[in-house]
Design a binder for this molecule. Sequence first.
Ligand code: NAP
Length: 306
Amino acid sequence: MTEKVLIIGSGPAGLTAAIYASRADLNPLMIEGMERGGQLMITTDVENYPGFSDGIMGPDLMEQMRKQAERFGTRIISSDVTDVDFSEQPFKVSVGRETYNAESVIISTGASARWIGVPGEDRLRGFGVSACATCDGFFFKDKELLIVGGGDSAMEEAIFLTRFASRVTIVHRRDEFRASPIMVDRVFDHQRIDVLWDSVVDEILGDQLVTGARIRNVKTDEVTDFEADGVFVAIGHTPNTKVFGGQIALDEAGYIEVERGTTLTSVEGVFAAGDVADKVYRQAVTAAGMGCQAALDAQRWLHDRS
Ligand code: NAP
């Protein structure tokens, strides 16, 4: 049997693609992955997804999207894809020993925020530890925040967080930033942003909520307990594209390359949507929008070749 549309990944991009593809009678098969629902499953309140005026919990939003996709007949397999072959039609997508054939594939495997991997980070995620200033900054009105990183994301998030926080302190492991000069200048010019150079977070402190972080100067080995209400980690994201290497064009950071303004990849019939192909916006609503585009692109492509 050859599927018309096979969707890999089950965040907002994949599930929106599934809703559109199933409503278009394409009977999509989704391989949702072991981390079903994606990054929103580790997000608490989502206040910026349109349609929920009181906000919604990330896992609840994903459950609703999943039900909506299933309502129109999407079939879902709860495993990780282990191999793909896009070299000829039908495409082959393997899950362990099982191989599925598909005329078109939508990749929406997302990206994973990188974490520093210190004690307290996992336990306090959602309780003061975050990797998304746009999502969680709002909860830190008049609070003191730490942000870890030295790239453009860390600069951008630090500046954004000053809208809410009374003070933002950037902790960077070296004595110069990697970020672009214009972003660095904005940070240096800001009255309420400080920088701790040559410093790393060794532990995030707090019982129920973050109360601070243990910070070590890597040059002097001096350790300080720094009081803060939140720790934002901004050390980059890793797109989940390992399994697609060699099959499809990726950029130098590993993101899937798509034709500007579309979801078309380097392989005809393979489409990409959401964070796996977007390192700029990275929002649930933009991923959902791109999932819709991917389903429409796939639908048109299937129609044109039939
Ligand atoms: P990035 O450029 O890779 O920077 C990551 C930063 O985190 C680096 O400063 C790095 O330190 C630090 N870091 C990495 N691992 C660490 C660890 N384990 N502990 C402590 N610090 C660690 O990532 P990004 O800032 O997310 O940017 C990704 C790409 O998106 C870049 O090309 C960037 O220009 C682009 N971007 C652009 C904009 C914009 O133009 N507005 C905004 C956001 C992102 P080192 O410097 O010591 O390696």
